[in-house]
Design a protein around this ligand. Structure first.
Ligand SMILES: [Zn+2]
Length: 289
């Protein structure tokens, strides 16, 4: 749970100096291959553009493997990767580390169970991020279980320490955060899982946008259906702000309100008049030619 004290990231002064040998162990070689495979997935799914997006994995207490700057995620090879300490100093690798590594490091310092972080710009989720809108909950089971309540952190210039710290109030209770006017960041126990959460969020945002073009209201889960899903999520050990009972009640009330609002709006539309107006205007346009 977020408190003033938790907003400050953990001090790294007690950590031993980063060990560059951790960059070439058999485990590190496997992680590097996984990072490259995930980079390719991100590019193929159009979640990253140009040299955008970055991926990291915490391999030791003060050692993080990360992607370099200025390389497309499609073209990544294990030789391109870098090793940094929790302060962002590079200790191994020939290419320069991503300038957005501080975002990842803040997450590792604040959440002990976070082993990997993926930052990318998937278009539909980023559309939410640029409008400051968080997708509603209680609609699709996979989203509730693997992502759940998404937070949105305020905009700051990418690559700065200020930007990296914008996620601190949310990152313990949310494994997926919208970064205002920028993209998203997800953390998980493995690189593959962090990319899965990006996929789950992107598909969800896309589906909601498609549904918004239909004239039927969205059906929301009942209170019982929602708590069954949260129970399942708890067993999987995934974080969710709604595990706190007051949060859960607030969330249900908010979702109910938005579902009522939507139904109210749709009920207020006279479809017949709408169709007649559109037909008339189309006929007028055709007649004018
Ligand atoms: Zn970015």
């Amino acid at each position: 749970m977020y408190t003033e004290a938790s907003a400050r990231s953990t001090s790294t002064s007690t950590l031993p100096p980063a060990d560059p040998r951790l960059f070439s162990t058999p485990e590190a070689e496997e992680i590097k291959k996984e990072i490259c495979a995930v980079g390719r997935k991100l590019w193929l799914r159009q979640f990253v553009d140009g040299n955008g997006g970055n991926i990291s994995y915490r391999i030791g207490p003060n050692e993080v493997i990360c992607t370099p700057t200025l390389v497309s995620k499609y073209d990544l090879t294990p030789e391109d990767l870098c090793l940094v300490d929790l302060e962002g100093h590079q200790v191994a690798g020939t290419k320069s580390r991503t300038s957005e590594i501080f975002l990842h490091l803040e997450i590792y310092k604040a959440v002990p169970e976070a082993k990997s972080a993926v930052h990318c710009h998937p278009p539909h989720a980023t559309a939410y991020a640029i409008t400051g809108k968080v997708p509603p909950n209680l609609i699709i089971p996979e989203f509730e279980v693997f992502v759940g309540k998404v937070a949105i952190s305020p905009y700051k210039t990418p690559g700065t320490a200020e930007f990296a710290q914008t996620v601190l109030p949310f990152v313990r209770d949310h494994n997926t955060i919208l970064l205002a006017n920028h993209g998203i960041v997800c953390w998980a126990d493995t690189v593959t899982h962090a990319e899965w959460y990006a996929e789950v969020l992107e598909t969800y945002c896309w589906t909601l946008m498609l549904a918004s073009q239909l004239s039927s209201p969205i059906s929301y889960f009942t209170e019982q259906q929602a708590s069954d899903l949260l129970e399942m999520k708890k067993k999987l050990g995934l974080p969710d702000a709604r595990f706190d009972d007051t949060h859960f009640e607030e969330c249900l009330a908010a979702e109910k309100q938005s579902s009522n609002k939507l139904e109210g709006k749709l009920a207020g539309i006279d479809l017949e008049t709408l169709v007649r107006t559109i037909t008339k205007s189309v006929l007028e346009t055709l007649g004018a030619k």
